[in-house]
Design a protein around this ligand. Structure first.
Ligand code: AHG
Ligand code: MN
Ligand code: MN
Length: 354
């Protein structure tokens, strides 16, 4: 009997490391906040399961594919899954007692949950469905989340207290809805990945302390925008086109593209364009949470001018250019930016003005 246990020991131990168990272990040092963060992660994971359930039946159920006919605050057409996933997070966190404000790509204003405010010291910022153009064609999409502590005892209805750099995030992560559903999170103690076992309904540990390789083969950018980019980004693309060892990989869903880079290395870039000088991605619930993960996984994230985690937000829906991934690959992109900047600087003649 004992021998039998020994032979099953490895796989059973692995299956027993659920997300809930792992978070509890991770938050031990957080003292009073430990229970809150653990409950919060479990609620986000539950939202992910509800969204995954609908996505797996998208072609069969009504109201999963196609557009609602509305536009969101970014002026983009809202898909039915965007609206559904947004409502899932509201519903799950209304009953949490933990979160007193929600900020979502799909809501112009902050969603207040006053009944949670006396005890709910956290704000959840999220992109309910990232890459929603992929929903109708059964390709990967994701949800991105960021957790911030409420500043001060009173809730600032204007949201001004949320507008601080990404270093102030206390946790961040994403759920990737692919062939399997994957949950990736960090509370500032490394990056950990879990896979949903549908037969158990549990996220099971798949990879602990994930590190982005210092360099990787993937470059991920919408090259259809190349004509609208600054010359230095074109320089970089010309470089990878002319050197061995690079593979273009772009799925139209940032979460999926970032996940590939987290696991295999490389760089994702969404620079500013002529039409949108700050790019397309939103700082507070897209770029900053992924930058938090990148920093925890020994990677790097920048706008090209500044570390993403240092950017001072000017509004909850602010956009930012994003270059994120392996340290060496992000540095290579930055070197092209620097080179062009040097060229643009006036050449000193060495003569003092008389
Ligand atoms: P969302 O679906 O939340 O609006 O995000 C889409 C984002 C991101 O996931 C992706 O990397 C990028 O937009 C794709 O944009 P392009 O179609 O301009 O390449
Ligand atoms: Mn998105
Ligand atoms: Mn979205």
């Amino acid at each position: 009997m004992a021998d039998e246990f020994q032979s099953n020991n490895g796989s059973l131990d692995r299956d027993s490391m659920t997300l809930a168990q792992h978070v509890l272990q991770e938050v031990e040092s957080l003292g009073a906040e430990a229970q809150d963060i653990s409950a919060l992660m479990n609620r986000v994971a539950f939202a992910g399961k509800l969204i995954a359930r609908r996505l797996t039946r998208a072609g069969l159920v009504e109201d999963a594919m196609g557009f609602t006919g509305k536009k969101n605050v970014q002026g983009e057409s809202v898909k039915k899954m965007d609206e559904y996933a947004n409502d899932v997070f509201i519903s799950v966190f209304k009953r949490s007692g933990l979160v007193c404000q929600l900020v979502s790509e799909e809501m112009e204003d902050i969603y207040h949950i006053p009944e949670n405010c006396p005890i709910g010291g956290y704000t959840l910022l999220y992109d309910p469905i990232d890459g929603s153009s992929n929903v109708d064609i059964n390709l990967n999409v994701g949800s991105i989340f960021s957790v911030r502590r409420r500043q001060g005892a009173q809730v600032d209805d204007t949201g001004a207290d949320l507008l601080t750099p990404g270093h102030d995030q206390m946790a961040a992560g994403y759920i990737l809805y692919g062939p399997s559903t994957v949950f990736v999170y960090s509370i500032g103690k490394g990056v950990h990945a879990f896979t949903l076992d549908p037969s158990l309904g549990e996220f099971i540990l798949a990879a602990e302390h994930v590190q982005i390789p210092a360099h990787g083969p993937n470059y991920s950018a919408n090259e259809g925008n190349l004509w609208q980019w600054d010359e230095h980004f074109r320089d970089y693309i010309r470089y990878v086109h002319r050197h061995e060892g690079y593979s273009g990989r772009y799925s139209g869903a940032l979460v999926g593209d970032f996940h590939r880079i987290l696991m295999q290395g490389g760089v994702f870039l969404y620079p500013g364009t002529q039409k949108n000088p700050a790019g397309k991605l939103r700082l507070m619930y897209e770029s900053a949470p992924l930058a938090f993960l990148a920093a925890q996984a020994d990677g790097k994230a920048t706008t090209g001018d500044q570390a993403i985690l240092d950017v001072q937000p000017t509004g909850i829906h602010m956009r930012s250019p994003l270059i994120i991934g392996s340290k060496e690959d992000v540095a290579l992109v930055e070197s092209f930016i620097q080179e062009r900047k040097m060229e643009q600087q006036p050449v000193s003649t060495g003569l003092a003005a008389s």
